[in-house]
Design a protein around this ligand. Sequence first.
Ligand SMILES: *Cc1c(COP(=O)(O)O)cnc(C)c1O
Length: 479
Amino acid sequence: MKNDLLQKAYDPEEFRSMAHQLVDQLADHLDNTIHEKSEKTISWNTPKDEHEFWMDYLKNGDSRQLFPEVLNHTIHIHHPKYMGHQVAPTLPITALSGMVASVLNNGMAVYEMGMAPTAMERIITDFICKKIGYDSNSNGFLTSGGTLANLTALLAARKAKLSHNVWNDGNNERLGIIVSEEAHYCVDRAARIMGLGEEGIIKIPATKDFALDTKQLESYYQKAEENGIKVFAIIGSAPSTSTGIFDDLETIANFSHKHNLWFHVDGAHGGASIFSKTYKYLVKGIDMADSVVIDGHKMMMMPALTTALLFKDGTNSHATFIQKADYLLEQSAEEDWYNLAKRTFECTKTMMSLHWFTLLKIYGAGIFDDYVNTLYDLGHQFAAIIKKDKSFDIAVEPMSNIVCFRYVNKALDNQTLNSINEKVRQALLEDGEFYIVQTKLRGIHYLRTTLMNPFTNEKHLVALLNKIKTLVHPILTQS
Ligand SMILES: *Cc1c(COP(=O)(O)O)cnc(C)c1O
């Protein structure tokens, strides 16, 4: 090859020296964050300033500083004071499986384009099916995120439960799914993508504790049917995203059975409870689900995006997308498990099974048990700390590692408190020591933490509450 730039860019020795240096930088980063040698979880910048920084860097920056600058300008999920969104502090070894996947870049659509990761994908999805409590008729695959997995599951549900084939013939019937008002917004989005429209998303009110109110299922179902909507699926959240509250999966399963509905469990966050001996009871009834979603990048310590979608009756996973793509896929009478693109939304797919298989082989499934237990326990500990402090109130007794709480003060009305809690959260973000998020529940503004870091302990949680008190003070005197 004559092209000098391409020669240089593909030079293995250049890669070797850059990679060694980067591994040192990343190991230092992990040491600084996990062991709190750095003080901040985020060095906040406005979107405008951040954009200007990188525009300038692209023109004038020192290319040797590229990765270090990325570290300076991003949120540090491995810091024990990171308590925000549900993204996992990755196990360091997944950086290595990720590197292998990036270099090899097996496309995974057909078996030849990813022999090892295809076989691994079957092994780990079979393993998860067993943990759910499914029998040997089950199977599953990995896909790019809970959002896509939920949509895929609902497409499978439509195929399995309707007498006509919407995939081939289109649809002129009014179709519906049943879901809690607290379900993740991606379920609503999936239904709209499928053409169900607003009326096809039958939202069941939540109980005062934010779980799907199973007592109202029958009346909502009957009303939908009377209105000419053919309901084909019901979704249980395990747990719902805002509050971390698990729906009663067993009762929903029985209801779905009675009306011949597809039962889907959105366990993007808490599906990993199946690995916990202590907390498995939270997903009682999950083995009766027709399909289950579990995110690897949430409660299983893997980098985004990787999601397991499991089917109780594995033939349904083959039926979803049947269409002609003969140039890619050999015709076979029996369902071939090894040509994954027949079953997934993706054509090309990353070698995501490498992460799952690596963790299973190196640490064993016990590490998922340890992780879930540590963080759910911490959620309960945090609630106990909050309840002892008169300046704070919890939204609901937590069932997992998601805890919603707010600053309260008897002298102030809810509207004022909403504004104070909103300002506190912004002040926390700009301060950068802690990172938490926020949510609105029934008109009340709450601070929201997802405890994702097993190095977070009670000391950090007390420090967070103290920090909030110091931030509230100037806000109170301002207003
Ligand atoms: C995070 C989440 C999703 C979305 O999953 P992604 O992997 O972010 O696409 C769906 N449902 C629930 C309950 C979630 O917590």
